[in-house]
Design a protein around this ligand. Sequence first.
Ligand code: IMP
Ligand code: MG
Length: 179
Amino acid sequence: MDEMGPLKLTPYLKENQIRQKVQAMGAAITDQFRNKDLLAVCVLKGSFMFYSDLIRELDLDLSCEFCGLSSYQNEVKSSGEVRITLDLNSPIKNRHVLLIEDIVDTGITMNFLRTHLMSRKPASLTTATLLLKPHALKVKCELDHVGFEIPNDFVVGYGLDYQGYYRNLPYIAQIQSLN
Ligand code: IMP
Ligand code: MG
């Protein structure tokens, strides 16, 4: 989806693989938070699809919050700078917070967000990410629930974009020409 026309995609995680993983993560998170009041935070934009599927697997009383972060300025490599583009709409003090991310690459975004939210004194802060690139990590990153560990290739779909496109794919694909 650039001046060269549509990029070549290689399917990587199929819809049913994602669904099974999201169900398993949902079951584990439900067990963890049984009888607790949960605040589920979606990190926009990339997590919107994973978030909406995951919270439907949570058999819990929960409320929803959204925050917007940006670390990529239409690049495939992280700029290392994180900007808050949308802050939470309600206080998290004394709440059990579940932070839901699409992908952890360098870890800079998750690390920044964790530090930022911890300063607001939640009762607890738990992190969940669908994807983790363990070999791309540049900073220490505490992750509680990880869906898939993947190689250092750029992936799109299921909420993840390349230059704003491909978020609507129901599966996850690698972009061939970027690898
Ligand atoms: P980090 O701060 O380097 O961990 O980057 C996290 C953010 O970078 C994610 O929330 C994504 O928005 C973006 N990102 C990292 N890797 C990929 C990828 O392979 N495809 C699409 N977006 C990615
Ligand atoms: Mg993101």
